[in-house]
Design a binder for this molecule. Structure first.
Ligand SMILES: [Zn+2]
Length: 297
């Protein structure tokens, strides 16, 4: 478990063969990590987007097309997170099982994009319950393509979900340590609205939900005012976003004689390096919680 095999071998699978691994291609690493946990020894996972990659802007490379073509099954987030890859997914969907896993979450549980009422916020992995719903889709997809290992997938999913429940309890207990007035999370882009809703944290981002838009001076000024008014001590950078915008806020606050620090780096749309704790979903979630609590409490 945990190893990523680069470039799939496009061998044919027969239903009799139990040893043949299911080749799974995913977009963001959050999904790849879940598939590795649920699929275990029965899957080979190829993730297109590694550490520091911004899925909103990501365009498929030639090698990605190869990985998608080599896959038996494809899982991506959906809700326009991978906004530049929609055509490719459509094409793949005609050839093989291709799932937008966030689509399995009931619409009324999704959050609307604050800037665009017609769009949904795609950052569902920050709500652990919603993420579990999306991962039920992963489990069902694996069972559908590899019914011989149904029991293993179900058992692995159950074990992983138990760990996710523990993570949720940990996060709730930790986040409760932040004083009410200081419960403001300022980040570079609006990735944390599900997270904020879950832990009663007001979330302010510099950009819209997608990173595909330039932030305006007015947004900077609004944020600066809030920081000064509520005496917020820290703002956060994200591993997949440049620090330029957040630095503009820090400078703005300084002009008003209010000292703001960078509270640390949060993982939003990308996870940490493979092989590190932050390279797993649970590890990166914990890192975010610990970093936020440490800076704001
Ligand atoms: Zn995002």
């Amino acid at each position: 478990m945990g190893s990523v095999i680069i470039a799939g071998c496009n061998t044919e699978k027969t239903t009799e063969s139990n040893n043949e691994k299911v080749v799974v291609t995913t977009t963001i690493s959050q999904i790849a990590d879940a598939v590795e946990n649920i699929g275990g020894e029965h899957v080979e996972v190829q993730s297109l987007m590694g550490p520091g990659i911004d899925p909103h802007l990501y365009k498929a490379k030639q090698s990605d097309i190869g990985k998608l073509q080599a896959a038996d099954i494809i899982f991506y987030n959906g809700l326009h997170l991978e906004g530049k890859m929609l055509e490719i997914f459509e094409k793949m969907d005609a050839e093989k099982p291709t799932y937008a896993i966030a689509d399995s979450i009931p619409k009324q549980q999704l959050r609307k994009d604050a800037a665009d009422e017609t769009a949904m916020d795609p950052h569902v992995w920050f709500d652990i319950d919603l993420w579990k719903t999306a991962l039920v889709q992963v489990t069902e997809g694996l069972i559908e393509i590899d019914p011989n290992n149904k029991e293993a997938y179900e058992k692995n999913a159950e074990q992983y979900f138990t760990k996710l429940d523990e993570l949720k309890e940990y996060a709730e207990a930790e986040m409760a340590k932040i004083p009410e007035r200081q419960k403001v999370l300022v980040t570079a882009h609006d990735a944390f609205n599900y997270f904020g809703a879950k832990y009663h944290l007001e979330v302010m981002g510099l950009q819209g939900l997608s990173t595909d838009s330039e932030y305006g001076l007015r947004d900077v000024q609004n944020l600066v005012d809030t920081l000064v008014d509520r005496n917020i001590k820290a703002v956060f950078v994200e591993s997949s976003i440049s620090e330029k915008s957040i630095n503009a806020v820090i400078e703005g606050a300084k002009d008003k004689n209010h000292q703001v620090e960078i509270g640390g780096e949060l993982y939003s749309d990308a996870m940490g390096e493979e092989g590190t704790e932050e390279g797993t979903y649970i590890g990166m979630y914990k890192h975010n919680v610990d970093t936020i609590v440490e800076a704001l409490k």
